[in-house]
Design a protein around this ligand. Sequence first.
Ligand code: NAI
Length: 325
Amino acid sequence: MTVKVTVTGAAGQIGYALLFRIASGHLLGPDVPVQLSLLEITPALKAAEGTAMELDDCAFPLLKGIDITDDPNYAFNGTNVALLVGARPRTAGMERGDLLSANGGIFGPQGQAINDHAADDVRVLVVGNPANTNALIAQRHAPDVPADRFTAMTRLDHNRALSQLSSKLGVPVTDIKKMTIWGNHSATQYPDLYHAEVGGKIAAELVDQDWLKDTFIPTVAKRGAAIIEARGASSAASAANAAIDHVYSWVNGTPEGDWTSAAVVSDGSYGVPEGIISSFPVVSRNGQWEIVQGLDIDDFSRGKIDASVKELQEERDAVKELGLI
Ligand code: NAI
């Protein structure tokens, strides 16, 4: 069966890195035909058409068709997988309230369109920042869709954490299991080495604590800014890759003996208030994310998780005050 995948912000830089990998079978698997739906704002439709022309020119065997539109109701009609990438970036002089309002104006109507038109099995990944809170806004506008179908991306942070630890220890990334990003996709996120394992040993015991606290955590949390500094543009190919990883794991499952990180609707696990969209250690079974249960959280980790969750609560309260949820 052909799977319909909607990508918003399709003409942007992440869109350009993402669409070709979706069309070549990396999002869902090498045997799954895809229909692409590209949603853009009106001024960017022409650029989206250019990208679609290039997609055509790849003659991807799995790509069954491409629609391009500026109408969310049309873009999400019958959608099975929605990748919400397009967002309003923070510009100079913009206060947090302005940023949240501008994004509420995007993610509210998109959530509503998903509610009204998407397929029953729709799965939503929000990439556009502030990703967790944008996902919350979309989810609250889609009361008929199970809340757990709305997720936000922390897989890029997860992959960054794997890579930093791998180079520190001189081990392949495949030797590292059970990495976790907790909290918000922001500088307050908490990459946790106290549960990560390398060759069966706890990662935090293989590195010195100064490195863990003063180098590893800030390097992972501030990697986005370091990429902008070096590249002159924000991470795009790595963000697209992480979106591919997130959906692939969600649909096809996570390997036994390992987990990954995703921002999902909290059920109250680990003291994270119910209803906010926060990153957790998760496994995917039968196409559903489950929060890994029963981990001991030490005082250091507790403080870090609480600080990031507090930021998420503040964002939630701010969008509530603005009438966006
Ligand atoms: P970009 O500026 O190159 O592209 C964004 C695209 O979204 C533009 O083509 C724009 O026309 C479109 N757009 C804006 N409003 C829209 C709407 N209402 N409907 C449909 N399309 C709309 O930005 P880029 O680099 O592709 O990044 C996209 C987002 O992803 C940003 O918010 C960025 O901060 C975020 N991001 C998130 C990461 C994560 O780990 N969660 C990592 C990297 C980026």
